[in-house]
Write a protein of this length. Structure first.
Length: 296
C-alpha cells in the first residue's frame, strides 16, 4: 500500500477542491493509497510540511494554484534526491501554467485519476539565489500581479487579471538596466520585463508560437522585453505578449545558468509568488530534479 501525503489549498479557484474532496479521496482509496491530508492555512505552510514529512511518503500530491505547487516543489528540493517522492498536481488555481505544460486536465476528477496512476516523468527545476521554482523567475511588468491581486479578483477575472495588470503598467513601469550572461552570450539592455522559464505559457500567455519547449533538457529560456520608446514599439511588445510573434523589442536567450545583474535592487517573482529583491541573481537549472505525474 502506497503512503500518500495530500496537501491542498482550500481557497484556490473559488474553493473548488472543497466540493470535490470526497470524489478525490474515493479515487485515492480505489488506488489502494494510505492518505494523510493537510489543508493549508497560510503561505509557506506546504513547504514546511513537505520538508519535514515528505521523505516518509511514496508520493506527495498537492492541489491548488501554481503557488501551492511552488511551495511543494521547494519543499521537495530541500530533501536529498534519493529521498524525494514523486509529485502529483491537481490544478485548481487561476492560470495553472505548469499544469498546461505537462497536459494535466482542469477537471479535478480527471486530474486525480492521473496523479493516482503511474505515468510520470522527471522534469527540470530552477534555483534562484537559493530559492527553488517550478517554471519561471521574472521581474517587471506582469510579474507582481499574481501575489498583489486579491484571490477574489483572480477567481473572477482569471487570466484577464494578468493581462490587464501588465497592459496598465507597460507605459508607466520603470525600465531596469540589466546585464545578462549565459554560457554562450552576454549583453546589456534597458528592460521592462524579464523572465527565465521552461514553461510553454506564463500567466496564461503563450510566449512561444514557433519554438518547441522542453521541460527536461537542463536548459532555461530567457525572455527580455526592451522598454518601448514610441507607440509602434509599444504595439510590438503587445503583439508579442498576445501572440508570441518575434519582434525587435524582445531579446531571447538560452542557457543552463543565467546571471542577471542590475545597478539597483530588482523585485522578482518565482512561479507568481514573491521571490525577493536582488541586484544580482544566479539562476540555475537542476536537470530532471523532480518526477511529476503527467497527462502527456
Amino acid at each position: 500500500m502506497e503512503k500518500v501525503l495530500f496537501i491542498y489549498n482550500p481557497h484556490a479557484g473559488k474553493g473548488a477542491m472543497k466540493n470535490k474532496l470526497s470524489d478525490v479521496m474515493e479515487i485515492f482509496m480505489r488506488a489502494g493509497f494510505e492518505v494523510t491530508i493537510y489543508a493549508t492555512m497560510q503561505q509557506q505552510e506546504a513547504t514546511g510540511i513537505v520538508r519535514e514529512k515528505g521523505k516518509d511518503f511514496d508520493r506527495v500530491i498537492c492541489s491548488g494554484g501554481d503557488g501551492t505547487l511552488h511551495e511543494v516543489t521547494h519543499g521537495l528540493m530541500c530533501l536529498p534526491p534519493e529521498e524525494r517522492p514523486r509529485c502529483g498536481y491537481i490544478p485548481t488555481g487561476t492560470v495553472n501554467d505548469f499544469a498546461t505544460g505537462i497536459k494535466l486536465p482542469k477537471r479535478i476528477r480527471k486530474a486525480a485519476q492521473i496523479v493516482a496512476g503511474d505515468k510520470s516523468h522527471a522534469y527540470d527545476i530552477g534555483e534562484m539565489n537559493g530559492k527553488y521554482f517550478t517554471y519561471v523567475a521574472a521581474f517587471g511588468a506582469f510579474t507582481s500581479v499574481s501575489y498583489e491581486t486579491p484571490q477574489a479578483t483572480k477567481n473572477l477575472l482569471g487570466r484577464t487579471a494578468y493581462l490587464l495588470e501588465g497592459v496598465t503598467k507597460l507605459n508607466t513601469i520603470k525600465a531596469v538596466r540589466v546585464r545578462v550572461e549565459t554560457e554562450d552570450d552576454c549583453w546589456e539592455e534597458d528592460c521592462v520585463l524579464g523572465m527565465v522559464t521552461n514553461a510553454k505559457s506564463v500567466g496564461g500567455l503563450n510566449l512561444y508560437r514557433k519554438k518547441k519547449i522542453y521541460l527536461d533538457d537542463g536548459y532555461f529560456d530567457g525572455i527580455f522585453v526592451r522598454k518601448p520608446e514610441n507607440p509602434i514599439e509599444l504595439n510590438q511588445v503587445m503583439s508579442f505578449l498576445l501572440t508570441g510573434a518575434e519582434n525587435p523589442q524582445v531579446h531571447m536567450i538560452r542557457g543552463q545558468q543565467i546571471i542577471i545583474e542590475a545597478a539597483e535592487e530588482v523585485a522578482y517573482t518565482l512561479d507568481g509568488e514573491n521571490g525577493g529583491s536582488y541586484k544580482k541573481t544566479v539562476i540555475t537549472n537542476h536537470k530532471q530534479a523532480i518526477t511529476y505525474f503527467h497527462g502527456l
